[in-house]
Design a protein. Structure first.
Length: 118
């Protein structure tokens, strides 16, 4: 495995980790309060990519590395389209899952505020 393939796989793992943090980071902030600001930024970025169809730089880096490794790129699809939609759940549930992620983020922030108020 060459260094570009390793880089592409590492970027893919970072991307997955970012998505996990996006969903659960607000709950982590209950334990580590300073983390809330990082989570707010992550949630803002995640919302922006969905609402405004912004390209993700991690996807660009992964595509760049895969191309140099002689591997197939994400073929113009985004990270979620390639690795998650249709793989972990059917495409028809995308809007529902986006809504559930939004609910999880807001719930984590409400819990964070409630814990800080006590």
């Amino acid at each position: 495995m060459n260094r570009h393939a390793v880089l592409a796989d590492a970027v893919m793992l970072v991307h997955f980790a970012f998505l996990v943090f996006l969903v659960f980071g607000g709950f982590l902030a209950w334990r580590w309060p300073r983390l809330i600001w990082v989570h707010v930024l992550a949630a803002a970025w995640g919302f922006s990519t969905v609402a405004f169809s912004l390209p993700c730089p991690l996807t660009d880096v992964e595509d760049w590395a895969r191309e140099r490794a002689g591997e197939a790129t994400l073929s113009g699809s985004g990270f979620i389209d390639h690795y998650i939609e249709g793989v972990l759940y059917p495409d028809r549930y995308t809007a529902l899952l986006q809504g559930l992620v939004g609910v999880a983020v807001v719930a984590s922030w409400c819990g964070f505020i409630a814990r800080r108020a006590t």
